[in-house]
Design a protein around this ligand. Structure first.
Ligand code: PLP
Length: 354
């Protein structure tokens, strides 16, 4: 017997590879779409006032206080909300819960690359729907037979948002499939379809605190949808680990939701910076896709994306590059940082490009 005979019993998987996390805060980090601004001061206060004696108890299994706060915020009921450890956890739970049929689950060929990882992990039959040449969703393709649909709107890494009407047509045309709309970036300029979840029992909308709420480190995401969808997700989650959301995270997340003014003010700043940076990049010869997110997806008319990424890295500026599929192999994804960070990016690029 070989020394590590147990190796044959180990699951073989190809994991999702997240963007680098350089620990030196002086680096300009524009590679994982984090928010450059800190979370609401309310979050800090909630943590300062936190009564640690409650930590001896298990948390509620449904993150009750946060569920209630989000229900009020979105004008839905608590039973319409599932809370997870970031939206990656929520989405993974969705893949385990809703796509067990034989027909293929559909998602775009260029989208959040984790979808394919979950589909493979769960042994789901899936089919990639090519985006149109202009990187817009091919609506017609979602009218074909399927066992489920996942659409990021705005899409990543393209930054392009589709209209609420297009999403509604797809949801309406697929009453026998669960349609998941990943709204990770919707606060930066997309149109949410949370308001349609009451009308369509097959629509599930997934959100995160990681981008627009500056809380990527807290790990909170959620889903909004029909009670039966939510209950099915809880049943799957409770078959793995029922106490997923810790008591401290609940307090901090609630404080964030309650500070609407700060939330809106940071969104406004990011959108203004995005528009300014897009113009500057165009002046340098980049094609910039129309962004409704907190990042820009760009390609240069003459310069190679890989080369530019390296040059930026040498100046301690991190941006994201995806090699596949082929037609995006000369694009860079640049998160919108502070005005100062974007100025530095433009400065380095203009020196490099002229
Ligand atoms: C960032 C991101 C997520 C995951 O975010 P969490 O930090 O896990 O909440 C999900 N979907 C898309 C499209 C994203 O860009």
């Amino acid at each position: 017997m070989s020394e590590k005979a147990w190796l044959k019993n180990v699951r073989k998987v190809t994991p999702y590879v997240p963007g680098e996390q350089p620990q030196d805060l002086k680096k300009i980090k524009l590679n994982t779409n984090e928010n450059p601004y800190p979370p609401s001061k309310g979050v800090m206060e909630a943590l300062k006032e936190f009564d640690t004696s409650v930590l001896k108890l298990y948390p509620t299994t449904d993150a009750k206080e946060l569920r209630k706060t989000l229900a009020d915020y979105h004008k839905v009921e608590e039973k319409n909300l599932f809370i997870g450890v970031g939206s990656d956890d929520v989405l993974a739970t969705c893949f385990m819960t809703f796509f067990c049929g034989e027909k293929p689950t559909l998602f775009a060929d260029i989208t959040y690359s984790f979808y394919e990882v979950w589909a493979k992990f769960a042994g789901i039959n899936y089919k990639l729907v090519p985006l149109k040449e202009n990187f817009r969703q091919d609506e017609e393709a979602y009218y074909e037979e399927n066992g489920g649909i996942v659409i990021a709107n705005p899409n990543a890494p393209t930054s392009i948002a589709e209209s609420k009407e297009l999403i509604e047509r797809i949801v309406k045309a697929n009453p026998e499939s669960v349609v998941i709309i990943d709204e990770a970036y919707v606060d930066f300029g997309g149109e949410s379809v949370i308001g349609l979840t009451e009308k369509y029992d097959n629509l599930l909308v997934v959100r995160t605190f990681s981008k627009s709420r500056s809380l990527a480190g807290l790990r909170i995401g959620y889903a909004v949808g029909n009670e039966d969808l939510i209950n099915a997700m809880f049943a799957v989650r409770d078959s793995i680990n029922s106490y997923t959301i810790n008591t401290i995270a609940v307090k901090a997340a609630v404080a964030s939701v309650l500070d609407e003014e700060y939330f809106q003010s940071t969104l406004k700043k990011i959108v203004a910076t995005r528009e300014r940076a897009a113009l500057e990049l165009e002046k340098l010869g980049f094609d910039v896709l129309p962004s409704s997110a907190n990042f820009l997806y760009v390609t240069h008319k003459t310069r190679s994306a890989v080369d530019l990424q390296l040059k930026l890295r040498n100046e301690h500026i991190f941006v994201r590059y995806f090699k596949k599929p082929e037609r995006i192999s000369n694009y860079l994804r640049i998160s919108v940082g502070t005005d100062e960070e974007m100025d530095r990016l433009i400065e380095v690029l203009s020196k490099e490009i002229q």
